[in-house]
Design a protein around this ligand. Structure first.
Ligand code: AMP
Length: 254
């Protein structure tokens, strides 16, 4: 039975109750429109913990573009079915005022890595991400929290935040789930038309092609992508591109 909790105080009370006593708690934060990528995180949590909590919250403070927020896919009824079929214990499904009683006047800010890669092009994005994750951690109090390597920079920043603030949650990374053609699953893929889906496959292919950054950028542009950035950092190559107004990100280990 998946229990749905919509208020922060109710979850905080529940968390202190006997239902959670001596139980390990796994947490999977999502923005909904669930796909096999999310499901892979959830399955890992179900395996490693006594209780699994999934949250669905489309966090407005991490969107630097109002259109993107408006267009973000919402498939709540389908999501509930998936969570019930997986036998997830709790869905936390809060509203804005439950998460931001302060109306986002208090923020978690990282001043270094959050300014690179995606952060360069999405001002304020990681402030929104880190702030919402800190709030969710304080409500859910998970022993383990699961994050996808698809959003690698996000994963590293959250790992950094848990260390910086001595949080008692272990961050568990989960490898990127892809279609058989190699496209990283993403809720935003639902916004692509069939032609764009076909073209989108070229993005991960080029990232892992071993070609130079310049050549990857040029080839993507020729094929009809709008390239935001392609960058090598440590042992990974990261990229963000647009097809129409849909933004896709990916990263591969070199
Ligand atoms: P989102 O709903 O897009 O905020 O994603 C929620 C969590 O699922 C994040 O930790 C993402 O990194 C993770 N995730 C999204 N897509 C994938 C994927 N294709 N493979 C693995 N994890 C993913």
């Amino acid at each position: 039975m998946t229990k749905i909790i919509t208020t922060s105080n109710k979850f905080i009370r529940l968390r202190k109750s006997s239902s959670f006593f001596n139980k390990s708690v796994g947490f999977v934060p999502t923005m909904g429109a669930l796909h096999d990528g999310h499901i892979s995180l959830i399955r890992k949590s179900l395996k490693q913990n006594d209780i699994t909590v999934v949250s669905i919250y489309v966090n407005p403070t991490q969107f630097n573009n109002l259109e993107d927020l408006k267009n973000y896919p919402k498939t709540y009824q389908q999501d509930i079915k998936i969570l019930k079929a997986l036998n997830v214990d709790y869905l936390f499904y809060p509203s804005y005022s439950e998460i931001y009683p302060d109306d986002f006047t208090y923020k978690i800010i990282e001043t270094n890595f959050s300014k690179m890669l995606c952060g360069k092009f999405r001002p304020g994005h990681f402030e929104g991400v880190l702030t919402v994750v800190m709030k969710l951690f304080n409500i859910i109090k998970p022993d383990r929290a699961y994050f996808g390597e698809k959003d690698y920079q996000q994963l590293k920043l959250i790992e950094g935040m848990t260390k910086a603030f001595f949080l008692d949650t272990k961050i568990i990374p989960v490898p990127t789930v892809r279609t058989k053609e190699g496209l990283a699953l993403s809720s935003r893929n639902m916004l692509l038309n069939p032609e764009q889906i076909k073209l989108a496959i070229e993005f991960p292919k080029l990232l892992s092609s071993g070609k130079s950054i310049r050549s990857i950028k040029n080839t993507l542009a020729k094929k009809g992508f709008r390239v935001e950035y392609i960058e090598k950092l440590n042992d990974r190559i990261f990229g963000a591109v647009y097809l129409g107004n849909v933004r896709l990100i990916d990263n591969v280990k070199i």
